[in-house]
Ligand binder design. Structure first.
Ligand SMILES: [Mn+2]
Length: 306
């Protein structure tokens, strides 16, 4: 991958993410899509998400009210979508591309916003994040524990994403919020590893604020760079029906807003995966677009006020 220009990784989109129009060299934040869903297990279609999320991004004002920040004051670039054949045969090559591209972006001191695709795309991005931020922490919002060692004979399946991240960062440097689905084997493994996770009913009972506060104290998050991964199925299917593996008893979208509000300053990069336009009426991709915009607004605001 050495010697590649930044444009060599991606295919330019027909329509860029709204307001992400700066050239790469000037951008503080870089958006890109990964149209890959070859490891999806129930309803395929997440490969169409980057395009749909871009389309929905035009619904919103440049002024992000919750952060009191106008995005017209922020330099952001849309690199387009990573080249992929969207097949299992191509998966290892794709993982290498994600690693190389995210490494380049981070070394250029920019944050990335990655739009999946299924959740299998996250570990290589965390891998490059960990090499740039050795004290990094991984926070994932997901209905599923995704802690299988292997699934469908594929260790790179989306059902193994948290397990792969644990091997990269160490299970003590990660937490999962919103879980309500796992196998009994995953339950046993999580216990053996001491994996920190919060079921969705804990979020409903205690409130997202108290859970984030607990993590801030226990894991020293205030001083650590965070990689935030949002698997859209963490949100209740009533609010986000367009996902591959919908699970009842999910989070309210405002819980995600609070996560961004509190941790925005420390989240250096993020992804949103598993949005599936085939089962959406537009609200799921719209929520994804707004989450990306809100993240940039909170993060940039905290940077300029620091
Ligand atoms: Mn999931």
């Amino acid at each position: 991958m050495r010697g590649l220009k930044i444009d060599d990784f991606t295919v330019k989109p027909e329509v860029e993410f709204a307001d992400f129009l700066a050239p790469y060299d000037e951008a503080g934040y870089v958006f890109f899509g990964v149209p890959f869903d070859a490891t999806s297990t129930h309803r395929k279609g997440a490969s169409g998400a980057p395009t749909r999320i871009r389309e929905e991004s035009y619904n919103f004002e440049t002024y992000v009210m919750e952060a009191d920040q106008d995005l017209s004051e922020v330099k952001m670039a849309d690199l387009g979508d990573i080249n992929t054949l969207n097949s299992l045969e191509d998966q290892t090559a794709l993982m290498d591309k994600i690693y190389s591209l995210t490494s380049r972006i981070l070394k250029d001191k920019k944050g990335f916003l990655m739009a999946g695709g299924d959740h299998s795309i996250t570990p290589p991005a965390v891998d490059s994040f960990a090499s740039v931020h050795p004290s990094g922490f991984y926070l994932v919002l997901d209905a599923h524990l995704d802690f299988r060692a292997v699934f469908d004979e594929n260790p790179l399946s989306h059902a193994c994403s948290s397990r792969r991240v644990a091997e990269i960062l160490g299970e003590e440097n990660m937490a999962i919020i919103g879980v309500r689905s796992m196998s009994s084997k995953e339950r046993d493994d999580a216990k053996r590893y001491g994996l920190k996770y919060y079921p969705s009913w804990d979020v409903a009972e205690k409130g997202i604020l108290s859970i984030i506060t607990e993590l801030l104290e226990e894991k020293g998050l205030a001083k650590r760079p965070i990689y935030l991964s949002i698997d859209m199925d963490v949100v209740d299917p009533a609010f986000a029906p367009g996902v591959g593996n919908p699970e009842p008893w999910g989070l309210h979208p405002r819980d995600l807003l609070e996560v961004l509000r509190i941790l925005g300053a420390n989240v250096k990069s993020m992804d949103i995966t598993e949005v599936n336009p085939k089962y959406d009426v537009g609200n799921t991709s719209s929520l994804a677009a707004r989450l990306f915009r809100t993240f940039v607004a909170f993060n940039f605001k905290s940077i300029i006020n620091r």
